[in-house]
Design a protein around this ligand. Sequence first.
Ligand code: ADP
Length: 451
Amino acid sequence: KGIPRKTLYEAENILKPLELTDDCYRKVMEIMNQNIEEGLHPDTHANANIKCFPTYVRSVPDGSEAGVFLALDLGGTNFRVLLINLHDQEVSLESKIYMIPQPIMLGSGDQLFDHIADCIFKFMCDHNLHDKSLPLGFTFSFSCRQAGLDKAILTTWTKGFKCEGVEGRNIVELLHAAIDRRKDMKNVRCLAVINDTVGALISCAHSDPDCAIGLILGTGTNACYIENLDNVKTWDGDNDDPKQVLINSEWGGFGNDGCLDFILTDFDRAMDNYSINPGKQIYEKMISGMYMGEIARLAIERLRKHKLLFEGKGSEQLSTRGRFYTKYISEIEGDDVDNFAMTKEILEELELTSPTDQDCRLVRHVCSLVSKRAAYLASAGIACLLNKMGRERATVAVDGSLYRFHPFFHDLMMEKTAQLIQPNLSFKIRLSNDGSGKGAALMAAVASRLP
Ligand code: ADP
């Protein structure tokens, strides 16, 4: 389409490794399935790539939840306190973002939780609730080993946090201790800790009873799903009804043992080499916002070096690692192909002077290959879970900026997932709005009526 045949041929050769066959995707599903089994079994769990942590969330909301709840959301881009009112399937929500100053992010655990308690108190005062007794749900999106619904033991801080004395501890205990240090808010109790995948699932399940998978496609990727207790060999809780539990797969770690090397390209390897965790989170690195832009940049640079782009002229910006943001991929693929106005603006921002329409077309092609592969790999994961659950109908609740803002991610996932699942199954994929807040409050509601 407007690209000379010879250029197209050379470019296709360079980019071919980014295009995977359906056989590859099916192979990925097969290995993922094995890896999940390993995560769910006590003999293999410790070395498993896909950890499959049981969340202790046993039942999802059914829409009958009611009451007023507080929720905390820590671990995404912002820290938020929320007030959620549940009534007749209606959810009203007020929230406020609070800063966590850098010294607190790097201070002591007590300082962090005192600060959090302080924010909750201020929030309650602002809403005239300071003398009320309110249950609280906590979306804490750091890697935790759960030992109960209200017992989450932090394994490692990430995302810029490094508070002393928290790793290895139950964060609910630390939060309660901070609340108890104050005389003025003894009535706030945290009933449930969840992560963002569970939040997405729970919040969608409130209005869609078929919801069975929660998926995050943002900075990183992760998914949770509903598993039969019989299959969870690591389960140490009770065997009461319902005989199911939500599993936090932590599937970003898929490929840590080299099992996905057969699909890696030179671009993936180069990106991985310079990452802070080489050899780790391989599946995540092909799928999520933190890495896709860099993969595209490396491919564009390769084409440029072969004089297939920008007449071979590069720029300092284009050769800077991390400078090509994943949001550019969305913007370029969403651009008008008649004039490439946005694409030209981005390329000029990268100091590539006067790109031609042909340059724009090829850059767009690179972006579409990177996002298509990401969407298809995520679909392989989803198809693996759908086949495993074998539910006739299932809904996948998704949150994260990559899914939210990429113009075709949803359509690509619908198309590929449909091809990869067993023919008797049907599914929907939908955006989960405000899963982290609403999900935590709903979980507190569910927990507050547990015996
Ligand atoms: P988090 O996962 O940290 O909670 P988000 O869901 O907002 O937060 O994801 C942030 C990631 O989404 C960033 O890595 C960024 O690259 C990516 N991102 C932001 N905007 C877009 C966009 N328009 N298109 C694709 N990816 C985007």
